[in-house]
Design a protein around this ligand. Sequence first.
Ligand code: FAD
Length: 458
Amino acid sequence: MTFDYDLFVIGAGSGGLAASKRAASYGAKVAIAEQDLVGGTCVIRGCIPKKLMVYSSHFPQLFDAAAGYGWQVGERKLDWQHLVGVIDKEVNRLSHLHIGFLERAGVELIPHRATIIDPHTVEVDGRKVTTDKILIAVGGRPIKPDIPGMEYAITSNEMFHLKEQPKHIAIVGAGYIGVEFASIMRGLGCEVTQIMRKDLILYGFDKDIRHEIQNGMTHHGIKFLTNTLVTQIEKVDKGLKLTLSGAGEESITADVFLAATGRDPYVEGLGLENTGVDVISTPADGLGYSTRSAIAVNEFSQTSEPNIFAVGDCTDRINLTPVAIGEGRAFADTEFGNNKRSLSHQNVPSAVFSTPEAATVGMSEEDAQAEYGDDVTCYRARFRPLFHSLTGLDEKTLVKLVVDNKTDKVLGAHMVGENSAEVIQGMAIAINMGATKKDFDATVGIHPSTAEEFVTLR
Ligand code: FAD
């Protein structure tokens, strides 16, 4: 049987773009459908615009720090419209860059929403096209809990298009997206209240790291309302009134309310019911949440319908850009490059671009103890980085290694402090190669640096 395409990719985000270009490089005839701007969550409404905002949010502290080094900094004022405008321009530039990459790779871009009609047919822009294989790379989208007045809340998608800088922003959610926006908005000069159901942010991360970040954020002026639920939102003269229950206050008023309460794979209306693709549904816990549905795949990203594959956030494995890219490339190598391989989901490093920044790779102390019991030693150092010896600012850095006593293998490396992501990226190579504590100790440090602390821990 002949098809219009060898591969039809749905979604031009991190995973879809990487897979389509790699498959085309092997000579496959590839089309990719995108219903929005090319680039997906990361480029358009995730990692990139967020990190640009993070950079902007760091300037006030740098201005403060500069005085300690003899610099006099003049009047400071944030031009919000300028910031939002230049970020939007950069996002559009990157989107066009990705369109150019697709063109050069010989991938046909179809700028429309696609739905699956049967395992070999996709409908796009009112026409039906046939394809040997389908790759679903539709990503995820933010979910809001179903509580009265939730229509007044915005999600991370809208954070990049606020017309005016809020004076007071309330954020519900303690995952990395909520934590990062809390730090960004505080750095940009807003009053920030972060509301969460439990008492500690960043569930799943190493506990020392969670405490260190939360204390650091409090030190920077973010107000945490812990063990607290938002039960209702009302529009009032002064903005939005949030009714609260739990240990916090009874209500607060803010001018913007961000629901950073998780993301759901974007499979609704995709036509999965016309295929044999299995979906895993898990209840999203908490007041007002429904279920999350992810596409079930094996290690080669193959679904239960043998010619349909899925990568990235829609499979809800590890929802990060480099993972989606890695899964997409491994799929293309396997199916079109005669190189059967899968992406390892072990020791995937990640960062939280909060202030203070944090990054981590491998096991937390708690996970290591659950697996290895008491045979785990943790090495820690908490110190004032050299940079701050003249700034007068009370900033600390924490580095931590989790080590298996029996094998001496380093199971995890964690850091809170400036440039954590840059430092931990290098540690991830060592840990992936199975480095031992002895290997770390035998490595000569770079002096003076923060990273050298990792090779001098006692
Ligand atoms: P996406 O990038 O979401 O792409 C899916 C694409 O499919 C979208 O463009 C969508 O429009 C399109 N689509 C959906 N349905 C259809 C359809 N039926 N037809 C046509 N097109 C369709 N990750 C990091 O690694 N580092 C970070 O710092 C980071 N920060 C983040 C910050 C925020 C605020 C958010 C929300 C996410 C962040 N992420 C970060 C996560 C990262 O963005 C995702 O893991 C990554 O984009 C997933 O890639 P994907 O290809 O699976 O999906």
